[in-house]
Design a protein around this ligand. Structure first.
Ligand SMILES: Nc1ncnc2c1ncn2[C@@H]1O[C@H](COP(=O)(O)OP(=O)(O)OP(=O)(O)O)[C@@H](O)[C@H]1O
Length: 229
């Protein structure tokens, strides 16, 4: 279980503070207007911003003060996920070994992850030789090989065409189902939430305003209607 308890950050004069839970293997879509605090929440969880208060635990372990690399998670951003001087293969392999010292088994894992995201034929290319969608698939493959129990996604597929976006979402769903990875996904598209999420977290004005089962989106309560239009 991921437990986020009054995890807070202050941008003068605003204070943002978040509390919610996410069950193991669940997918939570995070929705909310621009400036609501969605990216700040993910930055606090992955250790890019130091919280001013509160706590976050995963499977009972508190990682509020841990450095990013010791947290039980992977993070996929909207862009700038790759090193431009490294091949797609090496960019994926960094998820296993930051020094790129790989065993034969590690190399096989890289190829397996690349195959899952449909990139077998592109492993020798550098990011500059890949399309936006292919770059995001490389970044997702790196998350797959890292094999961490928590995956944070910050609108990673927004720039992809609808059919590719759906394929990537289904790959993420498969990951949650087969490995029990707990997934939080920021998105501006309620339909992405409906495609794969179990729960929806609505954020506005620096706090959680509603936490619902995905089924509730088919007959949304008044409080969340403004966020769905
Ligand atoms: N570096 C910063 N300095 C001051 N205020 C900031 C900074 N970064 C974000 N904010 C403010 O914090 C609030 C939350 O921003 P955040 O980027 O988390 O929102 P968001 O929900 O991810 O927005 P979007 O959907 O537009 O990406 C906003 O009011 C924003 O102006």
């Amino acid at each position: 279980m991921l437990n986020v308890n009054e995890l807070s950050y202050q941008y003068q004069p605003e204070t943002l503070s978040f509390s919610f839970n996410a069950a193991p293997g669940s997918i939570t879509a995070i929705l909310g207007p621009s400036g609501a605090g969605k990216s700040t929440l993910l930055s606090l969880l992955c250790g890019l911003l130091p919280p001013h208060g509160g706590a976050v635990t995963f499977a009972g372990e508190d990682f509020t003060q841990k450095p990013s690399y010791e947290r039980p998670l992977s993070m996929l951003f909207q862009e700038h996920n790759l090193f431009s001087h490294l091949s797609a293969f090496d960019n994926i392999a960094l998820g296993i070994s930051p020094k790129l010292s790989l065993t034969a088994k590690d190399k096989a894992s890289v190829k397996e992850a690349a195959a899952k995201v449909g990139l077998e034929g592109y492993l020798n290319r550098q990011p500059g030789e890949l399309s936006g969608g292919q770059k995001q698939r490389v970044a997702l493959a790196r998350c797959l090989v890292r094999n961490r129990p928590l995956l944070l996604l910050d609108e990673p597929f927004s720039a992809l065409d609808p059919s590719l976006r759906r394929d990537m979402l289904l790959e993420v769903q498969q990951l949650a189902k087969t490995t029990g990875t707990t997934i939080l996904m920021v998105t501006h598209h309620p339909e992405d939430a409906v495609t794969i999420a179990d729960r929806v977290l609505f954020i506005d004005d620096g706090k959680v305003v509603y936490h619902a089962d995905i089924e509730e989106l088919s007959a949304p309560p008044e409080v969340i209607k403004p966020y769905l239009s």
